[in-house]
Design a protein around this ligand. Structure first.
Ligand code: NAD
Ligand code: UGA
Length: 451
């Protein structure tokens, strides 16, 4: 099927490449010419495992452009632009609005299209986008058939290709059956898993076919916010118990295992640490609270989730201060900048909070990240840190090391060499990534979260 993706960031690019791999003719459009240039040269602009290989395999079905082509005949247009937070907590729809206007301007008379909100957008956005498009068509006196649907995306960064190929479910919120049918056709290879799994992203064992959930646009829109709020709450919940575990002398990793094996609870997203970050949990929890506020409806649990998370980042600073007593004049080595492992994304990364706080308290901050350092230098040229090429170099002269990002590489740090280069002996494992016993054996004082 002829498919146009507007916005080629983490969601748009992954979705575009995956749909092309599944056999659709896909045009990926982005406003940023540097992105388009790089993609045309076969170089992905984001770090996602398996994406480059899939791009190579699907290249014959893919086109990249900084303008939307004329939209004729049957097809699907997926809007996947950013929806950041406005000052009042609302989702900022300016990019969605601009994309909808640009799409509308390209629709030709014979078109039969479903325009899809794949971006995470507030309740009512399907109707909002439909209004923009219908008004533009009326103004231009173009008679075309256009439906607008909500099709929220649930992929997580670092496993975006995997999540796109093997989703748990596909949610389509649409008022008209024709729109559902076109989208069912688009996703048929996923829903039926008729494609051969790429080598680098194999189909998980015991994977069962994903459910197709069809609903009203409003229910689909709310599902996305509910999913992110729930996941964020699960993490804040375990972090709150991690704090209590520190007081009573329990190990939160054992507690998480004990409760996670209850199939009603589930073991995922019970990893205590520095708290959640990333481009979505913060903005989406804030946005749903703001939406609910318009109905005078307080979202007490979501509100508490945000507060616990904010405190969790500061708790890492408090632990450092407890151990080192005075932070001014110390040198702290941060292992990891990205908001989680396997991604180069720095949006709302806990490392940025730590850097700001430590700098404010007079510490010298050294940093290492296997992937995200170039992006940090580019996006935050004033970041008050010393960049280090590898963990051994990072350790030089440090009073303490902090594991900030759960990179798998950090499970195999050359701890003895690092310890030998340090001034102090503290290792604060803000991700509970390492074994306290192994770390202590290398001469470190180990401090984890809730253990
Ligand atoms: P992103 O910032 O990585 O990418 C957005 C892209 O859209 C940018 O490259 C930008 O240049 C482009 N763009 C903006 N306006 C445009 C226009 N008018 N025409 C063409 N291109 C335009 O964003 P993202 O992380 O991919 O997120 C996109 C949406 O998906 C957001 O609403 C987000 O909440 C949601 N989402 C994100 C994730 C994730 O893991 N990142 C997962 C699920 C849902
Ligand atoms: C999250 C959701 O998992 C996706 O389903 C959703 O589509 C996406 O947001 C979105 O809407 O953007 P993402 O933010 O990419 O995906 O990454 P997650 O794996 O959810 O991690 C989010 C944050 O929580 C990270 O900082 C991670 O380190 C942290 N986390 C995760 C924990 O601290 N503990 C855990 O047990 C799990």
């Amino acid at each position: 099927m002829n498919t146009i993706i507007i916005g080629t960031g983490y969601v748009g690019l992954t979705t575009g490449i995956v749909l092309a791999y599944l056999g659709h003719e896909v045009t990926c459009v982005d406003k940023n010419p540097a992105i388009i240039e790089s993609l045309k040269a076969g170089i992905p602009t984001i770090h996602e495992p398996g994406l480059k290989e899939l791009l190579d395999e699907a290249k014959d079905k893919l086109r990249f452009s900084d303008t939307i082509p004329p939209l004729r005949g049957e097809g699907v247009v997926l809007i996947a632009v950013g929806t950041p937070t406005k000052d009042n907590g609302d989702a900022d729809l300016r990019y969605v609005d601009a994309a909808a206007k640009e799409v509308a301007a390209c629709i030709r008379a014979d078109a039969k299209l479903v325009v899809v909100n794949k971006s995470t957008v507030p309740i009512g956005s399907a109707r909002h986008v439909e209004g923009i498009i219908k008004r533009s068509l009326a103004q231009r006196e173009v008679e075309a058939t256009v439906w607008v649907a909500s099709n929220p995306e649930f992929l997580a960064e670092g496993k975006a290709v995997h999540d796109s190929l093997y989703p748990d479910r596909v949610v389509i919120g649409a008022s008209e059956p024709e729109a559902v049918n076109l989208l069912r056709e688009l996703y048929a290879p996923l829903l039926e898993q008729t494609f051969s799994a790429p080598l680098q992203t194999p189909r998980p064992e015991n994977y069962s076919l994903p459910s197709l959930i069809t609903s009203s646009p409003t229910s689909a829109e709310l599902s996305k916010y509910a999913a992110n709020a729930f996941l964020a709450t699960k993490i804040s919940f375990i972090n709150e118990f991690a704090g209590l575990a520190e007081h009573v002398g329990a190990d939160i990793t054992q507690v998480a295992r004990a409760i996670g094996l209850d199939s009603r609870i589930g073991s995922k997203f019970l990893h205590a640490g520095i708290g959640w970050g990333g481009s979505c949990f913060g903005k989406d929890t804030q946005a749903i609270i703001t939406t609910a506020g318009r109905y005078d409806y307080p979202m007490k649990i979501v509100d508490a989730t945000i507060k616990v998370n904010r405190q969790q980042r500061l708790h890492v600073i408090e632990r450092l201060q407890q151990q080192l007593k005075v932070l001014r004049g110390t040198t702290i080595g941060l292992l990891g900048l990205a908001f989680k492992g396997n991604t180069d994304d720095l949006r709302d990364a806990p490392a940025l909070t730590l850097i700001a706080e430590l700098h404010e308290r007079g510490a010298v901050v050294r940093v290492h990240d296997p992937i995200a350092m170039d992006k940090a230098k580019e996006q935050y040229p004033e970041l008050p840190v010393e960049y280090c090429e590898d963990p051994e170099c990072l350790a030089i002269g440090c009073d303490a090391l902090v594991i900030v990002t759960d990179w798998q590489d950090y499970k195999h740090l050359p701890l003895a060499e690092m310890k030998a280069r340090m001034r102090g002996d503290l290792l604060l494992d803000a991700r509970n990534l390492l074994s306290p016993v192994d770390v202590a054996e290398q001469g470190f004082a180990y401090v984890g979260v809730g253990r």
